[in-house]
Design a protein around this ligand. Structure first.
Ligand SMILES: Nc1ncnc2c1ncn2[C@@H]1O[C@H](COP(=O)(O)OP(=O)(O)OP(=O)(O)O)[C@@H](O)[C@H]1O
Length: 312
């Protein structure tokens, strides 16, 4: 089904539903609500058949695609996180001699030229480098959104390139959180509802939503902003909602593409402080790209990229 067809199908069957986020006067209520916009409609409607993977949402995904994806039924699987990844004490990510080329017309562009790296549990690792050096290309591969042309990427010891699409998708859904430069929040939903939506998309039981959303917004210091919509918040606050949203389903790995690029230095520092806090409290591992030299000191390890390689 096309995105537009999915939207039409979706909005023709909307019915109100009570939010799981709180009591009548609490945050995120949906009773007696004002007429809702398209994103909110998607949020409160029953899932319909669509063809979009919610975990492929990027900062460039349109709101319509996000709305449809948000309502997509997950590929139901009874397997747990434990079944997906056997116990492993080694690095969260091991990258071995990874190359990535793209063909554009008759030209082949060699973007990554032999990347080796490791990201250990509860580390904050940064990829720095000029525009076009290959940071985003590498980050996409670490998150299983793209595949190397050659080389290996091991996620908790498991070779991603040997996995089928379904298992890689399941890995993204359960074990990885994504954060983008442009926040990627649903504009008509409150902070609370944005985080709650992420739990719905990850197939987390409704009974767990209220505690988990409250905990995640508390972790990023936004307990007083839960009812605010994105346009009522500063850039730094929006990015902190995006972080709460990305960690809500308890991923092992958080991937962030230029998370401070749109922020002034004070807000950027707040976001980095939140990263350090969630590493401690949620025991998550973070790999992020940046251009910003002022935040590098927060990292446990910095890989500098130039023209598709790490500079020693
Ligand atoms: N799908 C693609 N097809 C062709 N070229 C691509 C593709 N994806 C990336 N590239 C090229 O690979 C190079 C690296 O891009 P990438 O986005 O990884 O760089 P970056 O370091 O993240 O840059 P920035 O900091 O500006 O985001 C660029 O020259 C880009 O044009």
């Amino acid at each position: 089904m096309s995105v537009i067809a999915g939207m039409k199908n979706l909005f023709s069957k909307i019915r109100p539903a009570k939010s799981q986020s709180g009591e009548d006067s609490a945050v995120g209520q949906t009773e007696h609500r004002e007429p809702v916009g398209q994103e909110e409609s998607a949020y409160i409607s029953e899932p319909q058949n669509t063809s979009i993977d919610p975990h492929d949402i990027t900062s460039e995904t349109s709101q319509e695609e996000v709305a449809v994806a948000a309502a997509e039924p997950e590929v139901k699987s009874k397997s747990s996180k434990k079944d997906l990844l056997p116990p492993y004490d080694g690095p969260v990510l091991e990258v071995r001699n990874v190359h990535r080329s793209f063909q554009t017309g008759s030209r082949i562009i060699h973007v990554l030229k032999g990347i080796d790296m490791e990201v250990n549990p509860q580390q904050l690792v940064m990829l720095k480098g000029r525009s076009g050096s290959g940071k985003t290309t590498l980050l996409n591969m670490l998150g299983g959104l793209d595949q190397p042309s050659s080389g290996d990427i091991l996620f908790s010891g498991q070779p991603l390139q040997d996995w089928g699409d379904r298992r890689r998708t399941a890995l993204r859904r359960r074990e990885i959180g994504f954060i983008f430069q442009a926040y990627a929040l649903m504009p008509l939903l409150s902070a609370w509802e944005n985080v709650e939506l992420s739990l719905r998309m990850a197939d987390v039981p409704r009974s767990e939503w209220k505690d988990r959303v409250g905990h995640c917004l508390d972790l990023v210091g936004l307990t007083k902003r839960v009812k605010h919509r994105p346009f009522e918040m500063s850039g730094g606050e929006q990015q902190r909602v995006a972080i709460a949203k990305a960690i809500a389903h308890r991923p092992r790995l958080l991937l962030a593409d230029e998370p401070t690029a749109e922020l002034d230095s004070k807000m950027g520092a707040q976001v980095m402080a939140v990263f350090r806090n969630i590493i401690e409290v949620e025991q998550v591992t973070i790999c992020m790209t940046t251009h910003d030299p002022t935040i590098l000191e927060v990292a446990d390890h910095v890989y500098e990229m130039a023209d598709g390689r790490f500079i020693k």
